[in-house]
Design a protein around this ligand. Structure first.
Ligand SMILES: *Cc1c(COP(=O)(O)O)cnc(C)c1O
Length: 410
């Protein structure tokens, strides 16, 4: 690996201080490649690591679990890593948090009884192919089945990467027509696959068609491109995106080392185009299931002008048990964020309810007791405080059901 990657105070590369640094990993094993090719996103895509042969050559410490996983798991979800992202892997560390996200392991072929190929029941809420309409006012619009690189815990691995032969041919016409006919849809979230893999022209067309629908107020894109392929965030892409405001982007980052000089540059270009940026993380075992890693991550995101949005409990996707962490641990991480750092840095921890219930927020308990007379609170340090409750005849905001619940409790 390039020397610049491991240079930090004290030569200690596995500490909070080192994770906080913005570094460039350099070209690593691709030293010979001229800079203009390395910085070209099409070159990066074309030269992705996709085979066992490449992996063995580039990662001499490949373990038997990873070798077997690459042979077998690859049939369910393709192996794909951009050279840029590959260089973030620490070859000396078998448990490297970057490596665990993208290098297949044999455990992926083991399916626990509660695991599913469609853990969030998306197919059941799909009125037309490639559209998920679960919530009253918004839809998930699947744009492509390809990503720049493949996360081994992908919640949509059933249809992504084309490794398992899923027949995904989104018909934008049909998807757009559904939205046009449903005036309640005021919010469209483009996802996939990664929407930013489409050409500037195709994105321009798609966003233009959605913007032309009067009741669509708000557009969003979910993408991991700024992390896997920051070279894709060109000035011409930004000038396409900025024509369709209000447009938000949610990125996906799990470990602070993914925030490099290159990804910070890409995020800066997006933010300068006026795009509000959020981040979604997935809680992953030996990647970010640690309060210190998560604190550095969320603080580093703010330095990139990205607001942490959601922290997901890992979906029950088939073959993900080795990457899953307990909800108890997730709650403990949340408890160690709230109050210890700014609220801007604290995401909402959610479980996407198995079977299709949608995202359910979960939080450590800060309300110890709630009676008609008072609310007993616990602050972030565990100290208790009391706040008087309003008599109910003054609080017209209480919904009929919850008023009923208070009466019962009383
Ligand atoms: C996550 C999700 C959304 C967006 O939810 P927000 O809370 O608005 O970010 C919309 N539709 C589906 C099916 C989703 O899973």
């Amino acid at each position: 690996m390039d020397a610049s990657a491991s240079s930090s105070e004290g030569g200690e590369s596995n500490s909070a201080a080192a994770w906080k640094q913005f570094v460039s990993t350099g070209r690593g094993p691709w030293q010979e490649v001229p800079a203009e090719q390395w910085e070209d996103w099409r070159w990066q895509l074309k030269h992705r690591v996709t085979s066992l042969e490449q992996l063995e050559r580039l990662l001499p410490t490949l373990t038997p679990e990873e070798r077997a996983g690459t042979i077998l798991a690859n049939r369910k979800l393709a192996l794909g890593i951009t050279p840029y992202f590959f260089n973030l892997i620490d070859p000396a560390d078998e448990n490297c948090p970057i490596r665990r996200q993208v290098v297949p392991r044999i455990e992926e072929t083991v399916t626990a009884p509660w695991e599913r190929t469609d853990p969030c029941g998306e197919e059941a809420h799909s009125p037309v192919p490639g559209l998920v309409h679960r919530y009253p006012d918004r839809v998930l619009f699947l744009v492509t089945d390809r990503c720049a690189a493949y996360c081994r815990y992908c919640t949509r691995s059933r249809m992504v990467s084309n490794a398992s032969g899923y027949d995904f041919h989104p018909q934008f016409e049909q998807q757009i027509e559904y939205i046009r006919k449903h005036p309640e849809v005021r919010d469209v979230l483009l996802s996939g696959g990664d929407p930013l893999l489409l050409s500037d022209e195709k994105l321009n067309e798609l966003l233009g068609a959605l913007r032309a629908i009067p009741h669509v107020e708000f557009l969003r894109i979910g993408t991991r491109i700024p992390i896997f392929l920051p070279q894709r965030i060109t000035s011409s892409l930004c000038s396409v995106l900025r024509r369709y405001h209000p447009l938000f982007i949610s990125i996906h980052t799990n470990h602070p080392r993914e925030l490099t000089l290159e990804s910070r540059g890409a995020l800066e270009r997006l933010a300068d185009a006026g795009i509000p940026l959020g981040n979604q993380s997935v809680l992953l075992r030996h990647v970010n299931d640690d309060p210190e890693v998560m604190r550095v991550l969320v603080q580093k995101l703010l330095m990139c002008r990205v607001r942490p949005y959601y922290l997901y409990q890992c979906d029950l996707i088939a073959g993900s048990a080795h990457l899953r962490t307990s909800v108890r641990r997730g709650l403990e991480i949340m408890r160690q964020l709230r109050g210890y750092t700014t609220g801007y840095a604290v995401p909402t921890y959610v479980i996407d309810a198995p079977g299709g219930g949608g995202k359910v927020p979960i939080s450590p308990d800060y309300v110890i007791q709630h009676t008609p007379e008072r609310v007993l609170l616990r602050n972030y340090k565990g100290e208790c405080y009391e706040y008087p409750e309003m008599p109910e005849e003054f609080s017209s905001v209480v919904a009929p059901e919850s008023r009923c619940a208070t009466e019962w409790a009383g």
